[in-house]
Design a protein around this ligand. Structure first.
Ligand SMILES: [Zn+2]
Length: 579
């Protein structure tokens, strides 16, 4: 008989299914009684942690050096050969667990999630999922392949970013127009991909016994704490309370910059880019990666001893790769290392304030991983709506320590400016988030009994929705391009309905930040750490409450937040305008 010994297992080839197979077979055969199931769950969980960490490490390597073929081959080998076997083996064990009827309080939510997955599972949806994945890859290829002509040079969508943010308005407009030509060149292709995706998604919902894709998708995403109606009233609350504040900001930009109008090259919501009312040179927080890391250690230690230790631990164990360099993948992320109970942060720092802001954000995710360790791996990953509360709160809680006198990066005035720009960006995100979400609610509940949806109808709906939330941007003669705005958010193609999470989390994070101002930092941080420590063992509203926030998104809640942010923005504007 096999002795379930993971140290022994790790002496074998940990990339090969053959190494794990006997262990899964043993788990599959071991009799489950009330007494034995606890140990069985722990063995399964420990092995899942080991496997997740191997996969994560292999993935991290591919992003650290995209030119290394051995890294890429190894990762693809894991994805293509190990992962499918593992998914099936996991599924079998899940079924066994659910059928055993074994339960106790701390795993109630784990069981609920597993049961939900099992309920929605339909064999006939497996080939549909493969089709969907192919189409979403086509979206990546079509958009990744766009070449933007820039003074004879060919740029891709991310390379044009530098010029879209240029201080010179004429350069921004030129970049925007070049980008527009790139997108319009793939318009028909993207329309066709999306219409195919809609058909497949509707079929999936039907196969699973749902009348529309939206109700299926809400269940698939494990949205137990809120429904479509809550999302629609969140949109309305944003329209009533946040849009006016954003419009006020835009008036200040116009006055400060002597502009007649806000054009899409002044504010580009799909990229989170906007000019500021003040014409100031970009912030320069640090020179070297060491300085960036040391600043982080200082800031988090000032904020909270435990969190400071977590960050220092990451620095000590080479779990921070923050600066951009040739060959590195794009973007930034925080990866959970479940076996070590640690986290890894990947970023593409370029010495800008954006880099610092991203570091504060990703550190919040990392603290969640450090604080949220639990007996079983499935008890650890909190719902995404709350994961972003952990990260977005950190962006605000750490802000008072950005100043050099706390070991941070800026003089007092620049520290104020950094936080001011952050708050403005946060406000400007919400109307765009509402546009993306409201559009999809309409798309996936459209009654096709009178005729199928067409690209023209999608365009018209997007335009109407943008005018509702982002009407202040003047597109001039480029309305035809505005209509296709839904092409430019990959979530709409690849992860339907996944976006409102960021809006909800922001409302949660704003409340956490408010608590730190009203009730003091210590109490707020204790609640923050307690909530992070629950992992996924509490429901979404319970996690919000533990962090000191209410899980609601109505006019009353949002107007309270709007007033607070407005007051803080005015205060910070005062600080940066002082001589
Ligand atoms: Zn995040």
């Amino acid at each position: 008989m096999l002795n379930f010994d993971l140290e022994e297992l790790q002496k074998g080839d940990t990339d090969s299914w053959d190494t794990y197979k006997p262990y899964f077979e043993e788990l599959n055969k071991r009799p489950l009684t009330d007494e034995s199931t606890k140990a069985w769950l722990k063995d399964w969980s420990d092995m899942s942690r080991l496997l997740e960490e191997i996969g994560t490490q292999a993935y991290i390597n591919t992003t650290l050096d995209t030119t290394n073929e051995a890294y890429r081959d190894r990762y693809m080998q894991l994805v293509e050969n190990l992962q499918p076997k593992l998914t099936q083996a996991d599924q079998d064990l899940k079924v066994r667990l659910l059928e055993s009827g074994y339960a106790y309080d701390e795993i109630a939510l784990v069981l609920r999630n597993m049961r939900n997955e099992a309920d929605l599972f339909r064999e006939e949806n497996i080939p549909i999922n493969t089709e969907v994945t192919k189409l979403t890859n086509q979206y990546d290829q079509a958009t990744g392949g766009i070449e933007i002509d820039w003074d004879g040079e060919k740029l891709n969508m991310s390379q044009i970013s530098v010029y879209l943010q240029d201080e010179d308005r004429a350069v921004r407009e030129k970049a925007w127009r070049a980008m527009k030509d790139g997108w319009m060149g793939v318009r028909d292709e993207l329309n066709s991909i999306y219409l195919k995706l809609l058909k497949l998604r509707k079929q999936k919902a039907k196969n699973a016994g749902f009348s529309d894709y939206r109700s299926f998708r809400f269940r698939e995403m494990g949205r137990f704490a809120y429904g479509p109606a809550d999302c629609l009233s969140f949109h309305e609350a944003i329209e009533k309370t946040i849009v006016p504040i954003v419009n006020e900001q835009l008036e200040k930009i116009k006055a400060g910059r002597q502009l007649d109008d806000i054009r899409p090259w002044d504010w580009l919501p799909e990229r989170g880019m906007s000019i500021q009312a003040e014409e100031l040179p970009p912030l320069k927080p640090y020179q070297t990666e060491d300085e960036l890391i040391q600043g982080g250690v200082n800031i988090f230690s000032q904020l909270d001893e435990t969190l400071g230790r977590h960050f220092a631990d990451m620095a000590e164990h080479s779990l921070l790769d923050l600066e951009s360099r040739a060959g590195k993948a794009m973007g930034g992320y925080c990866a959970r290392m479940p076996q070590q109970g640690k986290a890894f942060i990947f970023m593409n720092g370029i010495g800008s304030h954006d880099t610092v802001q991203t570091l504060l954000h990703e550190a919040g995710h990392a603290f969640h991983d450090y604080e949220g360790t639990q007996p079983l791996t499935w008890q650890e990953s909190a719902p995404l709506e709350f994961c972003e509360v952990a990260s977005m709160s950190m962006e605000k809680l750490a802000a008072p320590y950005l100043s050099k006198k706390f070991g941070g990066y800026y003089n007092d005035k620049d520290a104020a400016r950094a936080f001011l720009e952050h708050l403005r960006t946060e406000m400007m995100f919400l109307p765009y988030m509402a546009t993306v979400d409201a559009f999809q609610h309409w798309v996936y509940t459209y009654d096709e009994s009178e005729g199928e949806l067409t690209a023209d109808m999608l365009d018209a709906k997007w335009l109407e929705t943008e005018e509702r939330f982002l009407g202040a941007i003047n597109y001039g003669d480029d309305v035809e391009f505005r209509k296709t705005g839904w092409h430019r958010k990959l979530h709409i193609f690849q992860i339907p309905f996944y976006y409102i999470e960021y809006g909800m989390a922001q409302v949660g994070a704003m409340q956490v930040w408010r608590n730190s101002m009203n009730n003091g930092e210590d109490q707020t941080l204790e609640a923050y750490k307690t909530a992070l420590g629950y992992g996924s063992t509490k429901t979404l509203p319970e996690l919000f409450n533990a962090a000191g926030a209410e899980f609601r998104f109505d006019v009353d809640m949002l107007s309270g937040i709007a007033k607070m942010v407005q007051a803080k923005i005015a205060e910070l504007e005062e600080v940066i305008s002082e001589d």
